[in-house]
Design a binder for this molecule. Structure first.
Ligand code: NAD
Length: 255
Protein backbone atom coordinates (compact mmCIF):
# COMPACT_ATOMS: atom_id res chain seq x y z
CA UNK A 1 0.00 0.00 0.00
CA UNK A 2 1.31 3.48 -0.90
CA UNK A 3 2.22 5.30 2.37
CA UNK A 4 1.78 8.66 0.55
CA UNK A 5 -1.88 7.86 -0.16
CA UNK A 6 -3.89 10.62 1.56
CA UNK A 7 -7.17 8.70 2.04
CA UNK A 8 -7.99 8.25 5.76
CA UNK A 9 -6.71 5.13 7.50
CA UNK A 10 -9.00 3.27 9.90
CA UNK A 11 -7.95 0.30 12.03
CA UNK A 12 -10.85 -2.09 12.73
CA UNK A 13 -10.62 -5.00 15.21
CA UNK A 14 -12.95 -7.99 15.05
CA UNK A 15 -12.90 -7.48 11.29
CA UNK A 16 -13.33 -11.07 10.05
CA UNK A 17 -17.06 -11.38 10.64
CA UNK A 18 -20.17 -9.79 12.11
CA UNK A 19 -20.42 -6.05 12.77
CA UNK A 20 -16.66 -5.54 12.28
CA UNK A 21 -16.56 -7.18 8.83
CA UNK A 22 -19.57 -5.19 7.62
CA UNK A 23 -18.03 -1.98 8.94
CA UNK A 24 -14.86 -2.70 6.93
CA UNK A 25 -17.02 -2.84 3.78
CA UNK A 26 -18.88 0.38 4.74
CA UNK A 27 -15.56 2.18 5.33
CA UNK A 28 -14.08 0.96 2.04
CA UNK A 29 -17.24 2.08 0.20
CA UNK A 30 -16.73 5.56 1.67
CA UNK A 31 -13.14 5.68 0.39
CA UNK A 32 -11.17 4.88 3.55
CA UNK A 33 -8.19 2.56 3.66
CA UNK A 34 -8.66 -0.10 6.31
CA UNK A 35 -6.28 -2.14 8.49
CA UNK A 36 -8.49 -5.10 9.39
CA UNK A 37 -7.50 -7.13 12.46
CA UNK A 38 -8.87 -10.37 13.84
CA UNK A 39 -7.75 -13.43 15.77
CA UNK A 40 -9.07 -15.53 12.88
CA UNK A 41 -6.75 -15.86 9.90
CA UNK A 42 -9.79 -15.61 7.58
CA UNK A 43 -9.43 -11.83 8.00
CA UNK A 44 -6.58 -11.95 5.47
CA UNK A 45 -8.79 -13.62 2.84
CA UNK A 46 -11.62 -11.20 3.59
CA UNK A 47 -9.29 -8.20 3.18
CA UNK A 48 -8.13 -9.52 -0.19
CA UNK A 49 -11.70 -9.01 -1.54
CA UNK A 50 -11.14 -5.21 -1.50
CA UNK A 51 -8.46 -4.94 -4.23
CA UNK A 52 -5.72 -3.54 -2.00
CA UNK A 53 -7.85 -1.01 -0.13
CA UNK A 54 -7.94 -3.26 2.96
CA UNK A 55 -4.99 -5.01 4.62
CA UNK A 56 -5.68 -8.02 6.85
CA UNK A 57 -3.68 -8.70 10.00
CA UNK A 58 -3.95 -11.52 12.55
CA UNK A 59 -3.63 -10.63 16.25
CA UNK A 60 -5.02 -11.77 19.59
CA UNK A 61 -6.24 -8.72 21.49
CA UNK A 62 -5.90 -10.59 24.78
CA UNK A 63 -2.11 -10.30 24.34
CA UNK A 64 -0.90 -6.71 24.96
CA UNK A 65 2.31 -7.22 22.96
CA UNK A 66 0.28 -8.29 19.89
CA UNK A 67 -1.93 -5.21 20.32
CA UNK A 68 1.11 -2.92 20.39
CA UNK A 69 2.54 -4.67 17.33
CA UNK A 70 -0.80 -4.37 15.48
CA UNK A 71 -0.71 -0.57 15.81
CA UNK A 72 2.92 -0.28 14.83
CA UNK A 73 2.52 -2.53 11.75
CA UNK A 74 -0.61 -0.59 10.75
CA UNK A 75 1.22 2.74 10.88
CA UNK A 76 4.24 1.38 8.99
CA UNK A 77 2.12 -0.27 6.29
CA UNK A 78 -0.48 2.44 5.80
CA UNK A 79 1.67 5.53 6.52
CA UNK A 80 -0.39 6.70 9.53
CA UNK A 81 -3.62 6.28 11.46
CA UNK A 82 -6.72 8.53 11.48
CA UNK A 83 -9.37 6.47 13.29
CA UNK A 84 -9.53 3.41 15.53
CA UNK A 85 -12.56 1.13 15.77
CA UNK A 86 -12.36 -1.26 18.73
CA UNK A 87 -15.09 -3.69 17.68
CA UNK A 88 -13.81 -7.12 18.74
CA UNK A 89 -15.50 -8.57 21.79
CA UNK A 90 -16.38 -11.94 23.26
CA UNK A 91 -19.46 -13.05 25.17
CA UNK A 92 -18.05 -15.54 27.69
CA UNK A 93 -20.39 -17.79 29.65
CA UNK A 94 -23.84 -17.46 31.16
CA UNK A 95 -23.83 -18.77 34.73
CA UNK A 96 -24.97 -17.90 38.24
CA UNK A 97 -22.39 -15.74 39.99
CA UNK A 98 -21.18 -18.51 42.33
CA UNK A 99 -20.53 -20.84 39.37
CA UNK A 100 -19.09 -18.28 36.93
CA UNK A 101 -15.63 -19.59 35.87
CA UNK A 102 -12.93 -17.15 36.94
CA UNK A 103 -10.77 -17.99 33.92
CA UNK A 104 -13.65 -17.00 31.59
CA UNK A 105 -14.23 -13.79 33.55
CA UNK A 106 -10.55 -12.87 33.19
CA UNK A 107 -10.43 -13.74 29.48
CA UNK A 108 -13.57 -11.69 28.71
CA UNK A 109 -12.01 -8.69 30.46
CA UNK A 110 -8.63 -9.24 28.77
CA UNK A 111 -10.25 -8.99 25.32
CA UNK A 112 -13.17 -6.61 25.93
CA UNK A 113 -11.50 -4.10 28.27
CA UNK A 114 -7.71 -4.46 28.44
CA UNK A 115 -7.45 -5.05 24.68
CA UNK A 116 -9.36 -1.82 24.03
CA UNK A 117 -7.31 0.13 26.56
CA UNK A 118 -3.95 -1.04 25.19
CA UNK A 119 -5.02 -0.38 21.58
CA UNK A 120 -5.92 3.19 22.54
CA UNK A 121 -2.65 3.65 24.47
CA UNK A 122 -0.65 2.78 21.37
CA UNK A 123 -2.90 4.56 18.87
CA UNK A 124 -3.08 7.96 20.57
CA UNK A 125 0.43 9.21 19.63
CA UNK A 126 -0.35 8.49 15.95
CA UNK A 127 -3.78 10.17 16.10
CA UNK A 128 -2.10 13.22 17.67
CA UNK A 129 0.53 13.19 14.91
CA UNK A 130 -2.33 13.22 12.36
CA UNK A 131 -3.78 16.35 14.03
CA UNK A 132 -6.66 14.45 15.67
CA UNK A 133 -9.03 11.64 14.84
CA UNK A 134 -11.82 9.41 16.03
CA UNK A 135 -11.87 6.47 18.41
CA UNK A 136 -15.01 4.34 18.46
CA UNK A 137 -15.32 1.57 21.03
CA UNK A 138 -18.02 -1.08 21.00
CA UNK A 139 -20.00 -1.75 24.13
CA UNK A 140 -23.63 -2.90 24.04
CA UNK A 141 -26.99 -2.01 25.49
CA UNK A 142 -25.44 -4.21 28.20
CA UNK A 143 -23.36 -1.12 29.07
CA UNK A 144 -26.55 0.73 30.00
CA UNK A 145 -28.60 -1.89 31.84
CA UNK A 146 -27.87 -5.09 33.78
CA UNK A 147 -28.56 -8.67 32.70
CA UNK A 148 -28.70 -11.64 35.09
CA UNK A 149 -26.12 -14.38 34.53
CA UNK A 150 -24.01 -12.57 31.91
CA UNK A 151 -21.88 -10.89 34.56
CA UNK A 152 -18.44 -10.83 32.92
CA UNK A 153 -19.73 -9.56 29.56
CA UNK A 154 -22.11 -6.92 30.90
CA UNK A 155 -19.62 -5.64 33.50
CA UNK A 156 -16.91 -5.48 30.80
CA UNK A 157 -19.19 -3.40 28.57
CA UNK A 158 -19.92 -1.01 31.45
CA UNK A 159 -16.13 -0.70 31.80
CA UNK A 160 -15.76 0.14 28.09
CA UNK A 161 -18.38 2.87 28.57
CA UNK A 162 -16.45 4.25 31.57
CA UNK A 163 -13.17 4.11 29.67
CA UNK A 164 -14.81 6.03 26.80
CA UNK A 165 -16.00 8.80 29.13
CA UNK A 166 -12.57 9.21 30.78
CA UNK A 167 -10.63 9.21 27.51
CA UNK A 168 -13.04 11.62 25.79
CA UNK A 169 -12.23 14.15 28.51
CA UNK A 170 -8.51 13.42 28.38
CA UNK A 171 -8.21 13.57 24.58
CA UNK A 172 -10.63 16.41 23.74
CA UNK A 173 -7.79 19.00 23.74
CA UNK A 174 -6.01 16.84 21.12
CA UNK A 175 -8.96 16.97 18.70
CA UNK A 176 -9.62 13.26 19.24
CA UNK A 177 -13.23 12.14 19.74
CA UNK A 178 -13.96 9.01 21.78
CA UNK A 179 -17.42 7.49 21.56
CA UNK A 180 -18.96 4.12 22.29
CA UNK A 181 -21.32 2.23 19.99
CA UNK A 182 -24.03 0.38 21.93
CA UNK A 183 -25.74 -2.15 19.67
CA UNK A 184 -28.84 -3.99 20.77
CA UNK A 185 -29.24 -7.58 19.61
CA UNK A 186 -27.70 -7.82 16.13
CA UNK A 187 -27.91 -10.77 13.78
CA UNK A 188 -24.40 -12.23 14.02
CA UNK A 189 -22.67 -15.38 15.23
CA UNK A 190 -22.52 -13.87 18.71
CA UNK A 191 -26.31 -14.23 18.93
CA UNK A 192 -26.69 -17.43 16.90
CA UNK A 193 -23.92 -19.37 18.66
CA UNK A 194 -22.72 -17.60 21.84
CA UNK A 195 -25.77 -15.97 23.45
CA UNK A 196 -27.19 -18.37 25.96
CA UNK A 197 -30.80 -17.25 26.37
CA UNK A 198 -30.97 -19.14 29.67
CA UNK A 199 -29.87 -22.57 28.57
CA UNK A 200 -30.94 -22.62 24.92
CA UNK A 201 -27.61 -21.60 23.41
CA UNK A 202 -27.52 -21.61 19.62
CA UNK A 203 -31.17 -22.56 19.12
CA UNK A 204 -33.47 -20.84 16.64
CA UNK A 205 -35.80 -20.14 19.57
CA UNK A 206 -33.32 -17.68 21.06
CA UNK A 207 -33.31 -15.56 17.90
CA UNK A 208 -37.11 -15.76 17.61
CA UNK A 209 -37.53 -14.63 21.20
CA UNK A 210 -35.17 -11.69 20.72
CA UNK A 211 -37.10 -10.65 17.60
CA UNK A 212 -40.38 -10.84 19.49
CA UNK A 213 -39.24 -8.62 22.39
CA UNK A 214 -37.64 -5.97 20.16
CA UNK A 215 -39.98 -3.05 19.33
CA UNK A 216 -38.90 -3.21 15.66
CA UNK A 217 -39.91 -6.90 15.61
CA UNK A 218 -36.44 -7.96 14.48
CA UNK A 219 -32.79 -7.80 15.44
CA UNK A 220 -30.49 -5.23 13.86
CA UNK A 221 -28.73 -6.07 10.62
CA UNK A 222 -24.95 -5.62 10.61
CA UNK A 223 -25.34 -3.06 7.79
CA UNK A 224 -27.28 -0.83 10.19
CA UNK A 225 -24.43 -0.86 12.71
CA UNK A 226 -21.75 -0.60 10.00
CA UNK A 227 -23.30 2.55 8.53
CA UNK A 228 -23.39 4.26 11.93
CA UNK A 229 -19.86 3.13 12.82
CA UNK A 230 -18.44 4.35 9.48
CA UNK A 231 -20.14 7.73 9.98
CA UNK A 232 -18.74 8.06 13.52
CA UNK A 233 -15.23 7.11 12.33
CA UNK A 234 -15.06 9.25 9.18
CA UNK A 235 -17.63 12.02 9.19
CA UNK A 236 -18.95 12.88 12.66
CA UNK A 237 -17.84 16.23 14.08
CA UNK A 238 -15.13 15.92 16.72
CA UNK A 239 -17.44 17.92 19.00
CA UNK A 240 -19.56 14.78 19.32
CA UNK A 241 -17.48 12.99 21.93
CA UNK A 242 -17.77 11.04 25.17
CA UNK A 243 -21.18 9.60 24.35
CA UNK A 244 -22.91 6.27 23.84
CA UNK A 245 -24.36 5.86 20.33
CA UNK A 246 -27.28 3.51 20.93
CA UNK A 247 -28.60 1.49 17.95
CA UNK A 248 -31.09 -0.92 19.48
CA UNK A 249 -34.48 -0.71 17.75
CA UNK A 250 -35.77 1.12 20.85
CA UNK A 251 -35.11 -1.90 23.10
CA UNK A 252 -33.85 0.27 25.95
CA UNK A 253 -36.35 3.08 25.33
CA UNK A 254 -39.44 1.53 26.81
CA UNK A 255 -39.92 1.21 30.59
N1 NAD B 1 -24.31 -9.21 18.02
C1 NAD B 1 -24.89 -8.59 19.01
O1 NAD B 1 -26.07 -8.80 19.29
C2 NAD B 1 -24.14 -7.54 19.81
C3 NAD B 1 -24.89 -6.76 20.72
C4 NAD B 1 -24.23 -5.80 21.47
C5 NAD B 1 -22.87 -5.64 21.33
N2 NAD B 1 -22.17 -6.40 20.46
C6 NAD B 1 -20.73 -6.17 20.39
O2 NAD B 1 -20.37 -5.87 19.06
C7 NAD B 1 -19.03 -6.33 18.80
C8 NAD B 1 -19.05 -7.23 17.57
O3 NAD B 1 -19.97 -8.28 17.82
P1 NAD B 1 -20.43 -9.33 16.70
O4 NAD B 1 -21.81 -9.71 17.06
O5 NAD B 1 -20.10 -8.82 15.36
O6 NAD B 1 -19.47 -10.53 17.13
P2 NAD B 1 -18.90 -11.76 16.28
O7 NAD B 1 -18.66 -12.81 17.30
O8 NAD B 1 -19.73 -12.06 15.09
O9 NAD B 1 -17.52 -11.15 15.75
C9 NAD B 1 -16.50 -10.80 16.65
C10 NAD B 1 -15.16 -10.86 15.93
O10 NAD B 1 -14.14 -10.56 16.91
C11 NAD B 1 -13.07 -11.49 16.74
N3 NAD B 1 -12.35 -11.71 18.01
C12 NAD B 1 -12.82 -12.37 19.09
N4 NAD B 1 -11.85 -12.42 20.03
C13 NAD B 1 -10.75 -11.81 19.51
C14 NAD B 1 -9.45 -11.58 20.00
N5 NAD B 1 -9.04 -12.02 21.20
N6 NAD B 1 -8.57 -10.90 19.21
C15 NAD B 1 -8.97 -10.46 17.97
N7 NAD B 1 -10.20 -10.66 17.46
C16 NAD B 1 -11.08 -11.33 18.22
C17 NAD B 1 -13.76 -12.78 16.27
O11 NAD B 1 -12.87 -13.68 15.66
C18 NAD B 1 -14.85 -12.24 15.35
O12 NAD B 1 -14.40 -12.13 14.02
C19 NAD B 1 -18.58 -7.05 20.08
O13 NAD B 1 -17.80 -6.19 20.86
C20 NAD B 1 -19.89 -7.36 20.77
O14 NAD B 1 -19.73 -7.48 22.17
C21 NAD B 1 -22.78 -7.36 19.69
Amino acid sequence: MDPNDKRPVVLVTGAARGIGATTVACLAERGARVFAVDIGSDVVEYAAEFDGQVIGHVADLADPSQVAEMISICVKTMGGLNSLYNDAGIFGDTAPVEDYPLATFEHVWAVNVRGVFVAIQHAVPHLRAAGGGAILNTASTGALVGSAGITAYVASKHAVHGLTRCLALELAPDNISVNVLCPGATDTAMISTDFDGHGRKGTARVSEEIDSITPTGRMARTEELGAVAAWALLEAPVYMTGKPIVVDGAQTTRP
